[in-house]
Ligand binder design. Structure first.
Ligand SMILES: Nc1ncnc2c1ncn2[C@@H]1O[C@H](COP(=O)(O)OP(=O)(O)OP(=O)(O)O)[C@@H](O)[C@H]1O
Length: 299
């Protein structure tokens, strides 16, 4: 047992009372796995536990929480020198779990924990924003952002992902597109954007596939702009249908810059960042992540 590599599970405190998880941790420990658990209380705790994982020479750090928890752990891992960087495992305990769901991680605790400890570590891309912020799944701006940041907590826990959709429709009267310019090598767009999605992964906001072709190891980011020419039809179409929408502009890019005359807010894996200028770039193969063998987001 002492020779087993250490896995440090960093658990968002919101999920600490989960009995199914306690049973799964005990089961894996009984099988001889060297599994330690740390529980967060506030932002910043995840980062400190990643430092502890490095000093304990943990082979894997498991992010137990929603997309925001994965973001915090991925950000802390990205700051480490590559040769000291543990692999990332994911235990879905959030409301929406967009990243975990789309990469095919089981929602049941025991199979998810087993995968997080034993799954094959695969190099995946990470995206960096303005030099010091990151996203592993998706950055969303415009109306989509307001849906995810403003959905009340009670509605979120009662209805899960569906609440984003309902709450979004309730706020149709408050729609205000973001005027901006998006520039990249070989790409230049300006206009009114209803939703901007920049995907390393495919979906955000509780299952909305804004970047349906994105891959997490192709060294590129998928940009989708839902333009605001025909506001309501576009919104309904983009939220309810999977087929081609003429009001969506898309591109695959390695870096891009977004400028707006007004302050805009982007949600980086659900964590807000406001400003009028955003420089976004992909860091190919920056993290090593334990994923299912049939992960649909791998090239
Ligand atoms: N004990 C805690 N209680 C409440 N919030 C916490 C706690 N520990 C950390 N946090 C904060 O929770 C946020 C991350 O939450 P996370 O996104 O993982 O959960 P969620 O909102 O339930 O999931 P999802 O994004 O999938 O809806 C981070 O900002 C982190 O600082």
């Amino acid at each position: 047992m002492q020779n087993q590599p250490l896995t440090l599970l960093i658990l968002n405190g919101k999920g600490a009372g989960n009995e199914e998880l306690r049973t799964a941790v005990n089961k894996l420990r009984d099988e001889g796995f060297n599994l330690a658990v740390r529980v967060t209380w506030e932002k910043g705790d995840g980062d400190r536990y990643v430092q502890e994982a490095v000093s304990l020479q943990a082979e894997t750090v498991v992010a137990g929480g929603g997309d925001g928890t994965i973001n915090e752990i991925a950000t802390a891992l990205a700051a480490l020198p590559a040769d000291h960087r543990p692999a990332l495992g994911i235990l879905p305990l959030g409301t929406a779990n967009d990243f975990a769901t789309s990469v095919g991680i089981p929602l049941e605790m025991e199979p998810a924990l087993r995968l997080a400890v034993l799954g094959k570590a695969t190099a995946i891309d990470l995206a960096r924003v303005n030099g010091d912020r990151y996203f592993i799944n998706m950055a969303t701006g415009g109306f989509g952002t307001r849906i995810t940041t403003e959905t009340p907590e009670k509605l979120k826990s009662a209805l899960g992902g569906v609440s984003y959709f309902i709450h979004g429709l309730m706020r149709v009267d408050a729609l205000k597109p973001d005027r901006c310019e998006i520039v990249a090598p070989g790409f230049d767009w300006q206009g009114d954007a209803l939703v901007i999605g920049i995907g390393n992964g495919r979906q955000a906001g509780g299952g909305q596939k804004l970047c349906p072709d994105a891959l997490i190891n192709d060294g590129q980011l998928n940009l989708s702009i839902v333009t605001a020419q025909e506001l309501l039809p576009t919104l309904l179409h983009s939220l309810t249908r999977d087929d081609e929408n003429p009001n969506i502009v898309s591109a695959k890019l390695q870096s891009l810059s977004i400028r707006s005359p007004h302050e805009m807010t982007f949600n980086l894996d659900g964590e807000p960042l406001s400003g009028s200028e955003f420089q976004i770039e992909v860091l190919p193969g920056a993290l090593s992540c334990r994923l299912p063998p049939q992960c649909p987001l791998l090239a």
